[in-house]
Ligand binder design. Structure first.
Ligand SMILES: O=C(O)[C@@H](CO)OP(=O)(O)O
Ligand SMILES: [Mg+2]
Length: 400
């Protein structure tokens, strides 16, 4: 029933206005699934390779589509193995991880369509749909996502005490609005960055004050606990030649960076810190995790790139206590699931994540519910972000 009979690939716009790959998968019994690849700006050195959309589509049409015809979409591993075999490299550099992930997601949706099950249930099984991830909402940001803004890439609201996913989603939107008020009161103009977070021309130190104030106001209003966290995207701050983390005119050695982040965790009671150190420095990651891992999540994004080999290395040295999962970083849903499973078996929290360049695709909302992830990072406002957040609300409402 779920045998694949056709795959179409096309170029569509992503949220930055760049071309990305969209895939449609059709099955013999009329099942249909559509998936679109997201795209990073602060990409990790070890990510699977994204090719220019045109090139990726041409290569996938030549090598992957013929192999996939006749494969059962309901057998996700078979689909993803066929994608890997068609590509023949470790990093999808032959057909592009963008076509691979779009096809992988579209196949899963086509299978769910045939089975008449919501995608999260097809991927996660009958017992999923009870637990929902806490959304981490980007409310202030800079780095590679906005010029002339903060050095730290993302300040993320974390509504840890929200009684429901819907209340959490609305709380994050309220924090986003409160940040605008606080900036306005301070006379700070702010545009928005790639993910819809405010991108004010202020120092990181002032951004901490602004976000703390906004979180406090909303916490008071909603009556449940809201904390906040960071994506420092420190690989982007790290200068290999200077062997230092560069914040404009200031530079910090690795020891100073560890000290700085540990201090921030305590001062602001941070719930979450992603990529606080360079993607090659497992050792410093481990030192920081040893110091503050009992009271906050230290999450590897560029460090692990959703890759089980890199995660295993991290687990061995105690580099972190959580992992960011981005299907396009590794190329297929099966690989992403393998990373989630390895993480869970080793007591690592999982955070399912969007990219800074996104589409209306909602797969990651389903993936988060299917894998029982503790968190999802998918922005706060903006259509390509609310697509996922609203899908989570629908899943919780049993309306997908
Ligand atoms: O660093 C990150 O976590 C992501 C998403 O927020 O950014 P990008 O997609 O640019 O890598
Ligand atoms: Mg990151």
């Amino acid at each position: 029933m779920t045998r694949i009979t056709g795959i179409s690939l096309r170029r569509v716009l992503d949220s930055r206005g760049n071309p990305t790959v969209e895939a449609d998968v059709l099955t013999e019994s009329g099942g249909f699934g559509r998936g679109a690849a997201p795209s990073g700006a602060s990409t990790g050195e070890y990510e699977a390779i994204e090719l220019p959309a045109n090139e990726s589509i041409a290569k996938a049409r030549e090598h992957a589509v013929p192999r996939l015809e006749g494969v059962y979409a309901g057998d996700q591993r078979a689909v993803d193995n066929a994608l890997r075999a068609a590509d023949g490299t470790d990093d999808f550099s032959a057909i592009g991880a963008n076509s691979a992930v779009a096809i992988s997601m579209a196949a899963a949706k086509a299978a769910a369509d045939v089975l008449g099950a919501p995608l999260y249930q097809h991927l996660g099984g009958a017992f999923r749909g009870e637990n929902f991830p806490i959304p981490l909402g980007n409310v202030v940001g800079g780095g590679e996502h906005a010029k002339e803004a903060t050095h730290i890439q993302e300040f993320l609201a974390a509504p840890v005490g929200a009684p429901s996913v819907s209340e959490a989603v609305f709380a994050n939107a309220a924090v986003h609005a409160a940040v605008a008020d606080v900036l306005d009161e301070r006379g700070v103009p702010a545009a928005k960055g790639d993910e819809g977070a405010w991108a004010p021309p202020i120092s990181d130190a002032e951004a901490f004050e602004v976000v703390e104030e906004a979180v406090d106001r909303v916490e008071e209003e909603v009556g449940f606990e809201i904390r906040f966290g960071l994506d420092m995207a420190a690989a982007e701050l790290y200068d290999d030649d200077r062997e230092a983390y560069v914040y404009g005119d200031e530079a910090k050695s690795t020891d100073e960076q560890v000290e700085y982040v540990a201090g921030l965790v305590d001062e602001y009671d941070l719930a979450y810190v992603e990529d606080p150190l360079d993607e090659n420095d497992y050792e410093a990651f481990a030192e920081l995790t040893d110091r503050v891992g009992d009271r906050t999540l230290i999450c590897g994004d560029d460090l692990f790139v959703t890759n089980v080999e890199r995660l295993r290395e991290g687990i061995d040295v105690g580099a972190a206590n959580s992992i960011l999962i981005k299907p396009n970083q590794i190329g297929t849903l099966s690989d992403a699931f393998d990373a989630v499973e390895l993480a869970s078996r080793n007591g690592y929290e999982t955070v399912i994540s969007h990219r800074s360049g996104e589409t209306e695709d909602t797969t990651i909302a389903h993936l988060a519910v299917a894998t029982d992830a503790g968190f999802i990072k998918t922005g706060t406002v903006g259509g390509e972000r609310t697509a996922k957040l609203n899908e989570l609300v629908r899943i919780a409402d049993d309306a997908v």
